[in-house]
Design a protein around this ligand. Structure first.
Ligand code: EPU
Length: 424
């Protein structure tokens, strides 16, 4: 069993390079299925979720070749199956994109229901609604998304209105619509940067997707796609996590390979707290050495404050000079980090969907768990702030989404190591 040990209390100083975005990469890897050709993807993050996507693609016949560090060639001409129901499919959230891509290319998909971090109920009704609107018949009652399209009619473009902003449903609707006949219009789609990235990738393959990043996305169906070379955008959540770590340790980090615009809401809240944030073309510098002001934060779909930064930012709210609060509007079960931070001395009360932080916490070392990916990242940040040795367990969650987190932190002065403990 692997654990992370952090001997905290040392400010982080120096330069850190941000990797490609997990949530864009996992969608684009499955989108290559639609190209029926060879795609070369660059700036791919070397994380377990990406490795999982490759294994799933290989299991249906695609060829995945690593041609350089962070660069992979995917040949989807040789796909021989539209069924994927392994344990891996069921463990990963992003495997639902395989359903959208297979329906779009073959008019057939049988893909195990997706797993992912446990934030309470994670429905896929909007994905199914989109597939059905486009003309698929979908059964999701028997442990998998089982979709068929009548070959005589094929998929046809339609207007699809989403009741709530869903990243996954928006991307899946785009995947199913790019090769459909006619025009599909998505109203109230998610506007996250990774939705724009997937549209850019598909357009580079010959698709006609317009308006990604706005309130209306229009997809004019095309007959076929072709391969392309594409570089994944930087991971705004990895960048945000390092921004918070710089502030929590009273350090000074130059965070490189980012798109500062994607970080605007995180930057705005850090500035409200008194943290210094300087923006450059492709970098931000975050430094801090004073008293943190308390703030109120509410998570919202992009361009609001990202739910995937909630646990990490909460570490800073604990340290502020007075009472702060965080309201979660996306995932009901985001608060599993609270009990772990309490073990480190935080005073947090959760009332419905709002956590109230008493403030002025001086974190102390403890043995804590990484309950999910972002909760695990929050433990790392709190441990870096706490003087003394903290042990973080269940780090497999952290490794789903952060590239070489231990090495990157060590390179900027953090005393952190990964240790293999024998199971007892
Ligand atoms: N929702 C529905 N019905 C659906 C789909 C979603 O009601 O069919 C609701 C959800 O219950 C939730 C809201 O819509 O309240 C937003 O869910 P969304 O579909 O946007 O989430 P997702 O696509 O499953 C992605 C990221 C998550 C991130 C959310 C929100 C991937 C693989 N996952 O999940 O990332 O929290 O968007 O931004 O892209 C992470 O990286 O740590 C992570 C959990």
């Amino acid at each position: 069993m692997e654990k992370i040990i952090v001997d905290g209390g040392t400010p982080l100083f120096g330069k850190v390079e941000i990797s490609g975005m997990k949530n864009a990469a996992v969608a684009i890897i499955f989108a290559t299925v639609l190209s029926n050709d060879v795609c070369v993807l660059d700036n791919l993050p070397d994380i377990s979720d990406v490795a999982g996507c490759f294994s799933i693609l290989e299991s249906i016949g695609a060829k995945v070749t690593h041609i350089a560090k962070d660069t992979v060639e995917i040949d989807t001409r040789c796909i021989h199956s539209t069924e994927a129901q392994s344990d891996l499919v069921r463990k990963m959230r992003a495997s639902y994109y395989l359903a959208g891509a297979l329906i779009g290319r073959f008019g057939r998909a049988k893909v195990g229901l997706p797993g992912g971090c446990d934030f309470g109920v994670r429905p896929i009704d909007l994905h199914i609604k989109a597939f059905e609107k486009l003309g698929a018949t979908v059964d999701a009652d028997h442990g998998c998304i089982d979709a068929t399209v009548n070959p005589e009619h094929g998929l046809c473009g339609k207007n699809i209105y989403f009741d709530c902003c869903s990243v996954g449903a928006t991307i899946n609707a785009i995947l199913a619509a790019v090769l459909a006949k006619g025009t599909t219009v998505l109203e109230n789609p998610a506007r996250e940067p990774h939705v724009v990235d997937i549209a850019n990738f598909l357009n580079a393959c010959g698709a006609d997707v317009r308006g990604a990043g706005t309130n209306i996305i229009r997809i004019n169906g095309v007959e076929r796609l072709h391969g392309c070379e594409y570089s994944i955008i930087p991971d705004m959540i990895e960048a945000g996590t390092f921004m918070v770590a710089a502030a929590a340790t009273k350090g000074d980090l130059y965070i490189d390979n980012v798109i500062p615009k994607h970080l605007e809401t995180i930057t705005a809240k850090l500035i409200d707290m008194g943290v210094n944030v300087e923006e450059y073309d492709e970098a931000v510098r975050v430094s801090y050495d004073g008293v943190l002001e308390p703030v109120y934060i509410k998570t919202l779909p992009y361009p609001g404050f990202p739910t995937d930064m909630h646990p990490q930012m909460s570490v800073l709210l604990c340290m502020a000079d007075g009472e702060s609060a965080m309201t979660e509007t996306i995932w009901s079960n985001r608060f599993r980090y609270v009990d772990e931070l309490r073990k480190m001395g935080a005073k947090i009360e959760v009332e419905r969907q709002t956590a109230v932080f008493e403030g002025n916490t001086v974190f102390k070392p403890a043995v804590v768990k990484s309950c999910d990916l972002r909760a695990g990242a929050a433990m790392v940040v709190a441990a870096l702030a706490a003087k003394g040795k903290t042990t973080i367990e269940d780090i497999q969650y952290i490794e789903r989404g952060y590239v070489n987190i231990v090495e990157k932190i060590r390179a900027v002065g953090g005393n952190i190591q990964k240790i293999n403990f024998p199971d007892v």
